[in-house]
Design a protein around this ligand. Structure first.
Ligand code: FES
Length: 98
């Protein structure tokens, strides 16, 4: 099962099913990821995946387009509202960039 660590707030949680990160963040405010549009339009939710990128689904077209527009060239920079984590063993360490 994936474990997610939000480094800024030191909130760590087991996430047996994986899925959309925004759902996990909505369940517990300690995640500390800010959201606004939730549709890959604003960039408010930018995060850096410091570990476990291989546990994350690759970015979709909308996410890639906005990240390119924002000048984010590092593949570890993702949108929290679009990130999906696979339900497999491992840890995903995240840093909120804003
Ligand atoms: S909340 Fe706007 S891009 Fe994620």
């Amino acid at each position: 099962m994936p474990k997610v660590l939000f480094e800024r707030t030191q909130f760590e949680v087991d996430w047996p099913e994986g899925g959309a990160l925004v759902d996990l963040c909505d369940r517990d405010v300690r995640a500390g990821v800010p959201f606004s549009c939730r549709h890959a339009n604003c960039g408010t939710c930018r995060i850096e995946v410091r570990e476990g990128l291989e546990l994350c689904e690759p970015p979709g077209e909308d996410e890639r387009a906005l990240l390119a527009q924002l000048g984010a060239r590092d593949e570890r920079v993702r949108l929290g509202c679009q990130l999906r984590v696979r339900g497999v063993d491992g840890i995903v360490r995240l840093w909120v960039t804003l």
